[in-house]
Design a protein around this ligand. Structure first.
Ligand SMILES: [Zn+2]
Length: 508
């Protein structure tokens, strides 16, 4: 006999304009809702007339509804719809950056399901064999000191190597050895400017790649599409002149291809792509023709962005993902989540939220922390990843690894910590591939006497870790499980496979 076990059914019944939002929440939760089906155990409702609901599910009211329906047992969850929409489309202000608000809301909603349902299935945002994901990224604003114009930018570097670093030495932000190295490198940069030898920023990218090789990790590197172009301004017609880059991607074509071959990911550090689809398509093309790949991600230089319009521009311009949605002035959760997601006004684009940036933590004009403080300040972000899963993203600039800043060791410590904690450290393209396949997976549960069978329909990604299936159930009655598993409080996790079998004590 094969019968559907009493696996809890979660339904969704929302007004038409809210359908896309709730599809996104369904994907973030790793669930398959029963849409507009009232024969469910729990029904999420938002923007509908409750008198149109037949049956008597538990109604979780996630936004404004009309009508009274005495058959419905109601649970109020009024913030979800509006808050989730606002977080995903507009983000939260820097003052609230420390809160992974969306992940917390979804976690609270899951607690409602747990109170109401004995047995149900989900796909947590955590690859099997790992605890969370981490994406390492670099914005390549500059490839040498030599290329800088003598005016403000080069002199600015000399100023930072001398007077600024003197202050940093006195406040314990660099060691005496680093301070002296900064002075020495400033001399060498002047020589390089006159055509003698190499400057330290010229070597920075290779040092960074060597470092990642030794840590056995790979990252994505975003290159500027065109030199000498500050681009459009955010609220002014033109961005300041020092927003322009000074290297020509064409000259680095071989390096870009070699990076891709060795497992790194090359993307676009956008200038005007945030502004409209034509500029986005043009900037994508400028890097894409150097690497031969079209599935590129983008992060805007100086994090220029207008939400939600920029999502749409980058989507229509053909990018695979954007990774701009973060802060310059602080670290944390602009979209309130650790999960990559699909912005609500896009067809294909993913947003890979930016969480931790070197400059925000360590630069004088932002949080201005020392390295120990910076490492401590981001600990709650990693703790949220251990709790909610998803992905932590890091942005470290290539020139941060050398004089005069010496911010590299915070980066190394974070990677080593993530490795110790069992994180999957991968390039964004692979992480998105995993999250995409998670969204394509479907689960069902059948009972044959004492045997419960979970059927999984989906695709396994080449070179990607398996997905994770979570069955909420009375774990104290489990007698045997086929294959690998991990027991949690009130649930059991297993790696995806076509069929999983669990034997329970007693029937049903
Ligand atoms: Zn930049």
């Amino acid at each position: 006999m094969t019968a559907e076990v009493s696996a809890g059914k979660i339904g969704c019944y929302v007004g038409q304009p809210l359908v896309r939002l709730y599809q996104e929440l369904e994907a973030l939760l790793g669930l398959s809702f029963y849409w507009n089906d009232f024969s469910v155990d729990v029904l999420l409702v938002d923007g509908v007339d409750l008198t149109t609901v037949s049956g008597s599910p538990l109604a979780v009211v996630c936004g404004p509804v009309s009508g009274e329906n005495p058959r419905l047992h109601r649970v109020e969850f009024p913030a979800l719809g509006q808050e989730a929409k606002s977080l995903l489309l507009f983000g939260q202000p820097p003052g609230q950056a420390s809160s992974p608000r969306l992940d917390e809301l979804l976690h609270e909603l899951r607690q409602v399901f747990r109170r109401e349902l004995q047995v149900w299935l989900e796909l947590p945002p955590v690859p099997w064999g790992y605890t969370y994901c981490m994406a390492l990224t670099h914005d390549i604003d500059i490839l040498s000191l030599k290329e800088l114009p003598l005016g403000r930018t080069f002199l600015g570097y000399l100023y930072r190597s001398t007077l600024v670093n003197w202050r940093r030495l006195r406040s314990g932000k660099v060691t005496i050895r680093e301070f002296l190295a900064g002075l020495w490198q400033a001399n060498k940069a002047c020589a390089a400017k006159l055509g003698l030898g190499q400057d330290c920023w010229q070597k920075a990218l290779n040092q960074l790649l060597e470092l990642e090789r030794s840590l056995q990790v790979r990252s994505s590197l975003y290159f500027m599409p065109e030199p000498g172009k500050p681009g459009k301004g955010i609220d002014i017609p033109r961005a300041p002149a020092n927003r322009a880059s000074h290297y020509e991607p064409e000259q680095y074509q071989e390096m870009l291809q070699a990076l891709e071959q060795e497992g790194w990911e090359v993307g676009v550090h956008g200038i005007d792509a945030w502004h409209n689809a034509e500029d986005a398509a043009q900037e994508l093309k400028q890097i894409s023709q150097r690497t031969g790949r079209s599935d590129l991600g983008v992060r805007m230089h100086w994090l220029y962005f207008k939400s939600p319009d920029s999502f749409e521009a980058l989507d229509k311009g053909g990018f695979l993902y954007d990774s701009t949605f973060g802060f310059n002035e602080t670290v944390g959760f602009r979209a309130g989540t650790l999960q990559p997601y699909r912005p609500l006004n896009c067809e294909h684009l993913w947003e890979l939220p930016l969480h931790i940036q070197d400059g925000a933590l360590l630069a004088e004009e932002h949080l201005n922390l020392n390295r120990e403080q910076a490492y401590s300040l981001v600990q709650p972000i990693l703790a949220s990843a251990r709790r909610f899963g998803g992905m932590v993203s890091l942005l470290w600039h290539n020139q941060s690894f050398t004089a005069p800043r010496f911010w590299g060791d915070v980066y190394v410590r974070l990677i080593q910590q993530a490795q110790k904690e069992g994180a999957w450290i991968a390039i964004p393209r692979d992480i998105l591939g995993w999250f995409y396949l998670r969204r394509q997976s479907r689960l069902s549960l059948h009972q044959e006497g004492r045997l419960w069978k979970i059927h999984w329909q989906g695709v396994r990604g080449d070179g990607l870790p398996p997905g994770r299936i979570r069955l909420y159930c009375p774990t104290e009655r489990i007698l045997a499980v086929t294959g690998d598993f991990e027991l949690g409080e009130g649930y059991i996790d297993m790696p995806v496979q076509e069929m999983l079998q669990i034997e329970f004590e007693g029937d049903g």
